[in-house]
Design a protein around this ligand. Structure first.
Ligand SMILES: [Zn+2]
Length: 343
């Protein structure tokens, strides 16, 4: 073949390929065309094999031309491919029917656990009275949990049946009171602290759980009296349960307070007339409290002649049960969403 013949052949091949590319309607058809013209065994390659007859001067001319054709065809194939893709997308969008009247997907909203909520509410009331929130360790030593709180060595609370011991003298705290001692060790009066947290006791029935929550509070300064304790707790009960409620202080005993009291409030359900909630007594026991025993101050080197203070503690579960009318403490820990969603 002469140079002119090969040129013509290549140009005809190009025209033919361009026409075919334009006619192809999907990407697999396009691939067939690509292989047919540009593949290793394709028509363009076949033409180039017949260059043997050409002179040294003529070969580069054909080499250049065939490269140009190759590039041109590759570009046309790519642009046709994009065209087909765009067409396909346009068609599927046109076929896509969106029903705007369908209800959307509703995401379920989480809620704060009733125990956390009540705990936060209790802390908020005391925050307004300028009590600072402090937390302490749940794993305690016998010293902080019992000894420094004036529990005698033979006190029944130390018994294996009440306390979870981890090892000798190390235990899960049975109350939040150890934090009192920890704060007193670090801080000189005045101290005005509220301590929320988990506590552990060997106890389980409808109103007791081996793990439960307490909020403990204490105030130490010069000249603090039982009247201050009554004032603070009466205000707390009114804020938490209702302005109209009466409070009652009954003598009691705790190793770390003297004198000690159980604090009752008049029943919010029957206003004192007697009902199921108050077991017909008209009163509901809500708190334990008292003046901090001078023996506790001696452990932390506070001068009991100079300082006096009060302490009080309450069970968060008990308050939540009263507030929401829940009769089984285990409901708080079962993570049943039907229960939790009510709060
Ligand atoms: Zn009642």
């Amino acid at each position: 073949m002469s140079l002119e013949e090969i040129k013509n052949k290549l140009e005809n091949l190009e025209k033919q390929a361009v026409a075919e590319i334009a006619q192809v309607n999907d990407s697999s058809g396009l691939e067939i065309v690509r292989v047919q013209y540009l593949g290793k065994k394709g028509e363009l390659t076949a033409v180039l094999r017949g260059l043997g007859d050409l002179s040294e001067n003529e070969r580069p001319v054909i080499g250049k031309l065939s490269n140009e054709i190759k590039n041109c065809l590759a570009k046309k194939i790519a642009s046709r491919e994009q065209e087909l893709k765009d067409q396909h997308e346009a068609v599927s969008l046109a076929n896509l029917k969106v029903d705007l009247t369908l209800p959307g997907e509703v995401l379920t909203q989480g809620s704060i656990h009733p125990i956390s909520e009540v705990m936060a509410e209790i802390c908020a009331i005391f925050n307004r009275l300028n009590f600072a929130v402090v937390e302490g360790p749940e794993i305690e030593t016998d010293y902080y949990n019992f000894e420094a709180l004036n529990f005698p060595p033979d006190h029944p609370a130390r018994d294996m049946q009440d306390t979870f011991f981890i090892e000798d003298k190390v235990l899960l705290r049975t109350h939040t009171s150890p934090v009192q001692v920890r704060v007193f060790e670090k801080q000189k009066p005045p101290v005005k602290i509220i301590v929320p947290g988990k506590v552990y006791r060997h106890d389980a029935d409808v109103s007791h759980s081996p793990m439960f929550h307490q909020v403990e509070g204490f105030l130490v300064d010069e000249g603090v009296t039982f009247a201050d304790l009554k004032g603070v707790l009466t205000l707390f009960i009114k804020e938490m349960f209702g302005e109209q409620l009466a409070t009652r202080f009954r003598p009691s005993f705790f190793p770390f307070t003297e004198p000690s009291a159980e604090v009752d409030m008049s029943c919010f359900a029957c206003q004192g007339a007697g009902c199921q909630v108050c077991k017909n007594s008209g009163w509901i026991e809500i708190l334990g409290a008292g003046m901090i025993d001078p023996a506790v101050f001696k452990y932390v080197k506070y001068n009991p002649e100079k300082y006096t203070g009060f302490a009080f503690g309450m069970g968060v579960e008990r308050i939540a049960m009263l507030k929401y009318g829940i009769d089984n403490i285990s409901l708080f820990y079962e993570n049943d969403l039907r229960f939790l969603k009510q709060f």
